[in-house]
Design a protein around this ligand. Structure first.
Ligand SMILES: [Mn+2]
Length: 302
């Protein structure tokens, strides 16, 4: 008995050390993009929440479950709500979801409606880029249940690329939506950035795919470092990988936020005249979620 207790205590101490080290994840700072207006007065600061790979409906299509103490959101929806809460608490002005928001096309309407209600409650714009699990197609979630998405949600609908211009917030999003399960190059098109009048509008490029740098890979949906550079964005919001990871050649901030359950958090991005700051933050439900942080995460920390 005492031996067992000792083992448990030892494991819990190790867990806490690991937990602390995750909380210490780096804050990365980037100088302003070349081409950004020099006059600080023309550049309004912006804070954004970036998440991806929520995989809603992966385990159940029941939005709630009852564990004897009342109905609670099922774990994937609960993790998503925790991520949204993290953003609201941080005072973000906009939310970006970079693909695989839903796990598959068979997710049922009541479940999608709850996801819609959670986003409506955020009361600020949410931009969704469909990924390879939730492509924008007639039988897909976004078209089948279009009316379940509240008016603050903007869904990028074209594989050729589409601009979502949020002038009031001072930000624009570019992305190429997955429109089928076929392979495609999600960062190959040149963004059609809008040019503002008096005030600079931040440029966020979204892409759901696999970063291969300059090399080759057997994986689908490849994103190359040259594509990230040539998008001419202030930030590249990626999705497709479960762990939080910065990629690219260093000049342009390009990040995978990590899945809410596996990475235990989301990415908060600050845009300002003096540069872009990127940090991964753990959400409040992470400590209680058996899926997060994923043991694989340590291998991907850098
Ligand atoms: Mn994916």
């Amino acid at each position: 008995m005492s031996k067992l207790l000792l083992v448990c205590e030892h494991e819990s101490a190790a867990w806490e050390r690991r937990w602390e080290s995750l909380h210490d994840m780096s804050t990365d700072v980037y100088p302003p993009r070349a081409g950004l207006p020099q006059a600080t007065s023309e550049v309004r600061p912006l804070r954004m929440l970036h998440t991806s790979d929520v995989h809603l409906g992966a385990y159940t299509s029941q939005p709630y479950r009852d564990e004897g103490h009342g109905e609670q959101l099922e774990p994937a929806l609960a993790a998503f709500k925790h991520v949204l809460d993290l953003g609201v608490k941080a005072g973000v002005e906009v939310v970006a979801i970079a693909g695989d928001f839903f796990d598959h096309v068979r997710v049922k309407r009541p479940y999608v409606e709850v996801a819609g209600e959670l986003m409506a409650a955020v009361a600020r714009p949410v931009v969704i880029l469909p990924g390879n699990h939730d492509p924008h197609m007639p039988e897909g979630i976004y078209q089948k249940f279009a009316d379940a998405f509240p008016s603050n949600v903007h869904i990028i609908a074209s594989a050729e690329g589409e601009l979502v211009l949020l002038e009031d917030v001072g930000v624009q999003f570019w992305g190429q939506a997955h429109e089928s399960y076929n392979d495609f190059s999600p960062a190959s098109a040149r963004p059609a950035w809008a040019h503002s009048g008096e005030q600079y509008i931040w440029r966020v490029a979204m892409a759901h795919g696999y970063y291969v740098g300059m090399g080759e890979s057997r994986y689908s949906y490849q994103i190359r470092s040259s594509e990230i550079t040539s998008m001419d964005a202030d930030y590249v919001a990626l999705g497709h990988i479960d762990v939080h990871e910065g990629v690219g050649e260093g000049g342009v901030p390009a990040y995978y936020p990590g899945a809410p359950r596996h990475s235990g958090g989301a990415t908060i991005v600050d845009f300002a005249a003096d540069g872009v700051t990127v940090r991964h933050e753990m959400h409040e439900g992470a400590a209680d979620d058996p899926q997060s942080p994923n043991p694989m995460m340590a291998a991907h920390l850098h």
